[in-house]
Design a protein around this ligand. Structure first.
Ligand SMILES: Nc1ncnc2c1ncn2[C@@H]1O[C@H](COP(=O)(O)OP(=O)(O)OP(=O)(O)O)[C@@H](O)[C@H]1O
Ligand SMILES: [Mg+2]
Length: 376
């Protein structure tokens, strides 16, 4: 049963509700608007235990279903303040996201909340509509992972996709580790670590980074006080080293900059320069101070290294600046898309209840131009 319908505004016009449900934060609002109505943590207070639980910590599909019911209830009735029944929903999703999540989300939306239709939109593709370009290399560095998809003349080059478990979460773990090295009494919850990161840490330059930990190490930046429940001193060394984990190569020699270069190498020769000159950074982690300039110097150094000099002849890398903060650029792309009259591939409630499945657009069966194509 749906709770709390009383006093809820019923939208009769055809304005779409746009959701970008991220691992850490959910952005929500209406199509046609320039910024989300709000950004909230993707978590719920468990009705039985009263503990806060994140959606990404679900145990199995049933647990995920329950968590999503609670979370979407909160979203619809407390934040978006719209009756979900027959509403038109646009959901931004990463093409690399788990099918299990997508299927469960659709089930909750249609069966529990009885929404009218859902349009799943690939977030990397939606992102470029904020810039009015059709060729871009979109790198999304959010909370759990960094994902990259190059798009050439409006077509995502899926064979060149890249993903690594690099994002806010590993930076938080890194800060925690440094604090534990300083003192074992300093055990902060993740929200505090995140706040310390955003307020006091920064991405250092490549030049300084190469000297860190050597005998020519530069003097560390000043220690700062973090005003919390009790005042904490954040040593300059932690402030400078927190984000270094994003640039360190793993056992397979992979890191954020190699993702970009590897993706370009996988694309055909005639697209490479265009992609390198149209890099779009999205996701909250790219908002860290110094992120873009460090990425640029890493790319310029790496492309001349032995690893790439024989494979890639690209000399310049250029970055776009979207008309929004990077953490909601994908949402904005969805909000723009949601206002167009293009024949969108909406999945309607009727179609879902008939087939009981969400079409997978990479599947040929779902791309036939007959009654199986879901258009409105
Ligand atoms: N100014 C900032 N500096 C550094 N990090 C930031 C800043 N603003 C947000 N972040 C970080 O960005 C991350 C959230 O980004 P985003 O909202 O793109 O993630 P998400 O969409 O929830 O995750 P994902 O896309 O991985 O599912 C958090 O770890 C947050 O701490
Ligand atoms: Mg995201």
């Amino acid at each position: 049963m749906l709770r709390g319908y009383e006093g809820v505004r019923y939208i009769t016009d055809k304005q779409m509700v746009v959701f970008d449900i991220g691992g850490a934060y959910t952005k929500f609002g209406y199509a046609g608007e320039t910024s989300p109505r709000g950004i909230i943590r993707t978590e719920v207070r468990c009705p039985e235990s009263k503990k806060i639980r994140r959606i990404i910590d679900h145990i199995d599909v049933e647990d995920l279903y329950q968590l999503l019911v609670e979370f979407l209830h909160l979203l619809f009735f407390k934040y978006v303040v719209v009756s979900p029944k027959d509403a038109r929903i646009l959901i931004l999703e990463s093409p690399l996201a788990a099918t299990r999540f997508r299927d469960t989300l659709a089930k909750v939306m249609f069966r529990h909340f009885e929404v009218g239709s859902i349009l799943f939109l690939p977030s990397h593709l939606a992102t470029i509509s904020t810039l009015g370009i059709d060729t871009a290399l979109v790198l999304d560095v959010g909370y759990q992972e960094a994902t990259l998809i190059p798009i050439f003349e409006g077509i995502p080059i899926l064979k060149a996709w890249q993903a690594l478990p690099l994002g806010g979460q590993v930076v938080h773990d890194n800060i925690k580790k440094y604090f534990n090295d300083v003192s074992t009494d300093l055990d902060f919850p993740e929200k505090v670590l995140e706040d310390i990161k955003v307020r006091t840490c920064f991405v250092t330059t490549l030049e300084r980074s190469t000297k860190l930990g050597t005998k020519d190490a530069p003097a560390p930046p000043p220690t700062v006080k973090y005003p919390g429940v009790k005042s904490i001193s954040v040593p300059g060394e932690i402030r400078e080293k927190a984000f270094e984990i994003l640039w360190e190569r793993d056992n397979d020699n992979l890191s954020l900059p190699t993702m970009i270069l590897d993706a370009i190498v996988k694309c055909s020769l005639d697209t490479r320069c265009a992609l390198a000159e149209n890099i779009v950074l999205v996701g909250g982690t790219t908002m860290a101070k110094g992120f873009a300039s460090r990425l640029k110097s890493e790319l310029l150094t790496l492309v001349k290294s032995d690893l790439y000099k024989n494979k890639l002849k690209v000399e310049s890398f250029k970055f776009h600046k979207a008309p929004s903060k990077p953490n909601y650029t994908a949402w904005l792309g969805g909000a723009i898309f949601g206002t167009t009259d293009l024949p969108l591939r909406c999945l309607t409630k009727e179609m879902y209840l008939k087939t009981n499945r969400v079409p997978d657009w990479s599947n040929l069966v779902d791309n036939q131009k007959d009654e199986t194509s879901y258009e409105v």
